[in-house]
Design a protein around this ligand. Structure first.
Ligand SMILES: N[C@@H](CCC(=O)N[C@@H](CS)C(=O)NCC(=O)O)C(=O)O
Length: 110
């Protein structure tokens, strides 16, 4: 059972960061998502909060809180401007349709 305090904390992290990515250092889907954001789309590191859950003592609880909030159990778990994107598959799909660039436009403009 995830504490309400953790859920509140995670919601704040999502709200306070233009891009939020819950990740794990060994996860190839996380590597692909971060590579797309940082290398392909040139999103500045300062715009993205990356939580490497496997290196955090409360990582499992944060992952459980994310699941409570958005129903997604896997990483990467991505938000852009507070909007839940999903995982790497979802990110790549948005990129193919051009929607990702649209979502990133206001972030890259300032
Ligand atoms: N289709 C998902 C696959 C993500 C996935 O399978 N991630 C694995 C780690 S590589 C995961 O979260 N496994 C459960 C866990 O680590 O708790 C995506 O594209 O993001």
């Amino acid at each position: 059972m995830v504490s309400q305090e953790t859920i509140k904390h995670v919601k704040e992290l999502i709200a306070d960061n233009e891009i939020f990515v819950a990740s794990k250092t060994y996860c190839p889907y996380c590597h692909a998502a971060l590579n797309t954001l940082f290398e392909k789309l040139k999103v500045p590191r300062s715009k993205v909060l990356v939580l490497q859950l496997n290196e955090m003592k409360d990582g499992a609880e944060i992952q459980a809180a994310l699941c409570e909030i958005n129903g997604q159990r896997t990483v990467p778990n991505i938000y852009i401007n507070g909007k839940h994107i999903g995982g790497n598959d979802d990110l790549q799909e948005l990129r193919e349709t051009g929607e990702l660039e649209e979502l990133l436009e206001p972030i890259l403009a300032n």
